[in-house]
Design a protein around this ligand. Structure first.
Ligand code: NAI
Length: 732
C-alpha cells in the first residue's frame, strides 16, 4: 500500500523534492536538511515524508561521502514530530500500522547508511523528531530556552512507533526509557544530557560545526557507553521482571486501566532488550496501529487540537494582531490575586499588587519568592532570570501607581459594589484603554462595567484555584466588551501558560454553571442515605480526579452554597440546590479551610498540608437513613449526566462557540476525564439516543419526581434531542 496517498495533503502542498535538501558544506560531508517551505515549524506530514524518502534515495547513491549530519531549518528549529491532523483522521488499523512501518523504514535507512551520522537538533524535538535523531550515531543538542526533547506520544494515546520503543531502551537502558516514554515528558537540554538521551550540548551558533566535527571524526564521538549496571539490568530477566512488575503496578495506580497506550509501550520497552530489532519494530508498529484508531487516542488528539486552536483566540477573527499586555496591576492579593500577580511576574512582566492588608501582600510576596527560588533550584530559571522575576512583583497597601499598566485585574471580595469601586479607582489612574479584567466567579461582568468610563475595556478573566496548577482561564465577554479586549486578554492567558476559552457573561459562566447541578446531585444523594464512599467512588470510577463531596470541601462549602444561590436565581428550578450546604456553612463547617467539611482534615506535620480523614461525624448525622436502591451505573449517571445535560445546554445557548471549546473547558476546568475527550464527545461516543433515554429514566426516579424542578435538571435540551434524532438515523 502506498501509505502516503492516504495521508491528508496540507494546503499549498509543495512540489516533490523541495522539503529536504542534501547540502555539501565541505568535502565528504553531507547535510541532510529537513526544511519544508510550506510550514513555519516542520512536521512529518505527507510532503516531508515523501521528500525524506527521495533524499535518502539520492544519498544512498551518492559518492565521496564520509559523514552525514541530519538537521533542520535552523539550530532553533527541527521538526515538531508527527502530523497530528493525520493521526486524528486515521480510522483503519492496517493503514495506521503501515504508516508506522513507513516511518520506521525511513529511519532504518538512516541507521543503515554506511557512514557516521550525527543529529544536530534544537528547539522542540518531540516524538518522531527524536526518533529520527535516535537512528543516528550521536545527537548534538542546541542549548536554548525553547529546546525540549522527548517522546510525548503516550500523552496523545499512541506510542513511539518509529523505532522509539526499541532505540531508546537500547540507548539509555530500560528504566530510563520507561520513565521517558510512560510520562511522555519533554526534557530540558541539561536533563536530556544527564539521562543520556543526547550526547553533547552546545550553543546554537556552534551546532553545525560541532556536529560536523564529530561526524567527520575531527572530534571524538562524545557518546558515553552505558554503565555496567544498566547492561546488567537489561540483560537480566529477573531484574527486568521486577522492574516490569513495579512499573505495571504504578501505571495502573495512575491510569486505572483507562489509557491503553502506556501499558502497550511498557510491554514493548521491557521486551526490547530481548527481541530481535526487526521483530521489535513490527510489534511496535502493530501496537501503534491499534492505538491510533482507538477512542482514547481520538479523545486526546482532539483535546490537543482544541488547545492548539485556542491559540487563535489571541488574534482578531480576521487574523490581525492585538496589543500585548506587558505591565499589569492586580488589586486584591488574597488566594487568587496573590497567585495571579506572582504568575504574571514569573512569566510576563512587571506587576504591582495592591491590597488593603499588608499581611496579604506579605504572604503573596513570600509565596512568589518561594516559587521563583524553587524554579531556580530546578534550573527552570537561570539565576539572573530568577532575580528579575522576583523583582518584577511590587506591592502596595493603597491602590496607586497604575498609570502605566496595560491591564488591571481585580480579585477583591465577591461583592458588586466593592468591585465597581476598585475599578473606578483604577480607571481614574490608568489610561483610557487599559484593560480592566475581573476575576469574579459569580457576578456579571456587564454589571461590573456599568458606570465605568469605557466599559468596552472591561472583561472577565476567570482563573481557577489553585492558579498555578489549573490550566484553564475563562475569558468572559460582557455585553460591551470589545473584541480586541477579548483577544488581548486571551493572548495574556496564553502568555501565562494557560488555555483560554471565551464564554458568555451568564451566571456561573461555563465551568461553575456545569459543576453546580453535579455537586448538588452529590449532596442530594448523600441526604438520601447513599454512602458517601459510594458517591465518591462513582465519580472516581467515571474518571473524575476527585469525588464531588471532597471537591465541595476543597472549594469551600460556603463558596459553593453562595454560587448555588446565584445559579438558582439565574436559571430557576433545575438549579435549586439542597439547603444542606448553606446550613453546614452557617454552622462553620466550610470544608478543608475550616478543618472539616464532609470529611475531617488533619495537618500533616511533615508537609504542613491538610490530609483528608474520615467522614465528619457532624455531617454524617445529617445523612438519610432510608436510601433507595440505586445501581452503580444509575448512581454514576445521576452525577455525570446532571453535568453533561447542563454542558449541552451551554452549547445550545452559545455560552461557548463550539463543541471543541466546550470539551476543552470541561476537561481543563473541571477534570472531566481526558480519555473521554470532554462532555460532548462523551455524549457522542456513548450515543446521544442512549444519553437522552437515560436522562428520561433519571427524571422519573421517585425522589427526583418528588423534588421541585429536579426533573428539569434531567431534561434533555433540544441540542441533545437533535443529536439523538440525527444519530439514530445513521445505520449502525
Ligand atoms: P480572598 O479573600 O483570599 O482575597 C481577597 C483580597 O482582597 C483580600 O486580601 C482583601 O484584603 C482584598 N481586598 C478586599 N477589598 C479590597 C479593596 N477594596 N482594595 C484592595 N484590596 C481589597 O479572596 P479570593 O479567594 O482570592 O477571591 C477573590 C476573587 O476571586 C473573588 O471575586 C472570587 O469570587 C474570585 N475567585 C475565587 C476563587 C477561589 O477559589 N478562591 C476561584 C475563582 C475566582
Amino acid at each position: 500500500m502506498n501509505v502516503l496517498e492516504h495521508m491528508p495533503a496540507p494546503e499549498n502542498e509543495p512540489a516533490p523534492g523541495t522539503c529536504v535538501r542534501l547540502e555539501r558544506p565541505e568535502a565528504g560531508l553531507v547535510l541532510l536538511r529537513l526544511d519544508p517551505p510550506h510550514r513555519k515549524l516542520a512536521v512529518f506530514d505527507r510532503p516531508l515524508m515523501r521528500d525524506f524518502a527521495l533524499a535518502l534515495d539520492e544519498l544512498e547513491r551518492a559518492r565521496d561521502v564520509r559523514a552525514v549530519v541530519v538537521t533542520g531549518k535552523s539550530p532553533t528549529s527541527f521538526v515538531a514530530g508527527a502530523d497530528i491532523d493525520a493521526i486524528s483522521g486515521l480510522a483503519d488499523v492496517e493503514l495506521a500500522t503501515a504508516l508506522a512501518r513507513f516511518g520506521q523504514g525511513l529511519f532504518e535507512r538512516v541507521a543503515r547508511l554506511p557512514w557516521p551520522k550525527v543529529a544536530a537538533v534544537g528547539g522542540p524535538v518531540p516524538g518522531g523528531a527524536f526518533e529520527l535523531s535516535l537512528a543516528c550515531d550521536a545527537i548534538v543538542l542546541a542549548e536554548l530556552k525553547s529546546t525540549r526533547i522527548g517522546l510525548p506520544e503516550t500523552r496523545l494515546g499512541i506510542l513511539p512507533g518509529w523505532g522509539g520503543c526499541q532505540r531508546l531502551p537500547r540507548r539509555v537502558g530500560v528504566p530510563t526509557a520507561l520513565a521517558a516514554i510512560l510520562t511522555g515528558k519533554l526534557y530540558t537540554p541539561r536533563e536530556a544530557l544527564k539521562l543520556g538521551l543526547v550526547d553533547r550540548l552546545c550553543a546554537p551558533e556552534n551546532l553545525l560545526r560541532i556536529a560536523s566535527d564529530i561526524a567527520l571524526g575531527r572530534s571524538a564521538n562524545p557518546r558515553r557507553e552505558r554503565g555496567a549496571k544498566s547492561w546488567l539490568v537489561d540483560r537480566n530477566p529477573l531484574a527486568l521482571a521486577v522492574i516490569g512488575n513495579a512499573a505495571r503496578k504504578n501505571l495502573h495506580k495512575q491510569t486505572k486501566g483507562r489509557y491503553p497506550a502506556p501499558s502497550r509501550a511498557l510491554e514493548l520497552v521491557l521486551a526490547a532488550p530481548g527481541t530481535p530489532p526487526e521483530r521489535g519494530l513490527a510489534n511496535e508498529a502493530s501496537a501503534l496501529g491499534e492505538l491510533a484508531v482507538g477512542p482514547v487516542c481520538k479523545s486526546l488528539v482532539a483535546l490537543f487540537q482544541g488547545s492548539e486552536a485556542a491559540k487563535k483566540l489571541a488574534k482578531l477573527p480576521d487574523g490581525s494582531d492585538v496589543r500585548t499586555v506587558a505591565r499589569a496591576g492586580v488589586i486584591g492579593g488574597g488566594v487568587m490575586g496573590g497567585a495571579i500577580a506572582g504568575l504574571f511576574a514569573e512569566r510576563v512582566g512587571s506587576v504591582r499588587l495592591c491590597d488593603l492588608s499588608r499581611d496579604a501582600l506579605d504572604a503573596a510576596q513570600a509565596a512568589h519568592l518561594a516559587r521563583v527560588e524553587k524554579a531556580r533550584k530546578k534550573r527552570i530559571l537561570e539565576p539572573h532570570e530568577a532575580r528579575a522575576a522576583a523583582d518584577r512583583l511590587e506591592t502596595s497597601t493603597v491602590i496607586a501607581g497604575l498609570a502605566r499598566a496595560d491591564l488591571v485585574l481585580e480579585a477583591v471580595a465577591e461583592k458588586l459594589e466593592v468591585k465597581r469601586a476598585v475599578f473606578a479607582q483604577a480607571a481614574a489612574q490608568a489610561r483610557p484603554d487599559t484593560i480592566l479584567a475581573t476575576n469574579t466567579s459569580s457576578l456579571s461582568v456587564t454589571a461590573i462595567a456599568q458606570g465605568l468610563p469605557h466599559p468596552e475595556r472591561v472583561v472577565g478573566m476567570h482563573f481557577f484555584n489553585p492558579v498555578h496548577a489549573m490550566p484553564l482561564v475563562e475569558i468572559v465577554r460582557g455585553r460591551d466588551t470589545a473584541p480586541e479586549v477579548v483577544a488581548a486578554t486571551a493572548k495574556l492567558a496564553l502568555a501565562l501558560g494557560k488555555t483560554p476559552v471565551v464564554v458568555a457573561d451568564v451566571a456561573g459562566f461555563l465551568v461553575n454553571r456545569v459543576l453546580g447541578p453535579y455537586l448538588d446531585e452529590a449532596v442530594r444523594l448523600f441526604q438520601l442515605g447513599i454512602a458517601p464512599e459510594r458517591i465518591e467512588r462513582a465519580a472516581l470510577d467515571f474518571g473524575l480526579p476527585m469525588g464531588p463531596l471532597e471537591l465541595l470541601d476543597e472549594v469551600g462549602i460556603d463558596i459553593a452554597a453562595h454560587a448555588a444561590t446565584s445559579l438558582h436565581a439565574a436559571y430557576g428550578e433545575r438549579m435549586r440546590s439542597s439547603p444542606l450546604a448553606g446550613e453546614l456553612a452557617a454552622a462553620g463547617i466550610k470544608g478543608k479551610k475550616s478543618g472539616a467539611g464532609f470529611f475531617t482534615y488533619t495537618t500533616d506535620p511533615k508537609t504542613g498540608r491538610a490530609r483528608k480523614g474520615a467522614l465528619n461525624p457532624a455531617v454524617a448525622a445529617r445523612a438519610g437513613t432510608n436510601a433507595p436502591t440505586l445501581a452503580d451505573d444509575m448512581l454514576r449517571d445521576r452525577l455525570a449526566l446532571a453535568l453533561v445535560a447542563e454542558a449541552a445546554r451551554c452549547l445550545e445557548e452559545g455560552v461557548v462557540a463550539s463543541e471543541a471549546e466546550l470539551d476543552l473547558a470541561t476537561v481543563f476546568g473541571m477534570g472531566f476525564p481526558p480519555f473521554e475527550g470532554g462532555a460532548l464527545r462523551y455524549v457522542r461516543s456513548r450515543g446521544p439516543a442512549q444519553v437522552v433515554e437515560r436522562l428520561a429514566t433519571l427524571g422519573d426516579l421517585p425522589d427526583v419526581r418528588a423534588r421541585d424542578g429536579a426533573r428539569e435538571r434531567f431534561e434533555a435540551c433540544e441540542l441533545l434531542r437533535g443529536l439523538s434524532r440525527s444519530t439514530s438515523k445513521r445505520p449502525s
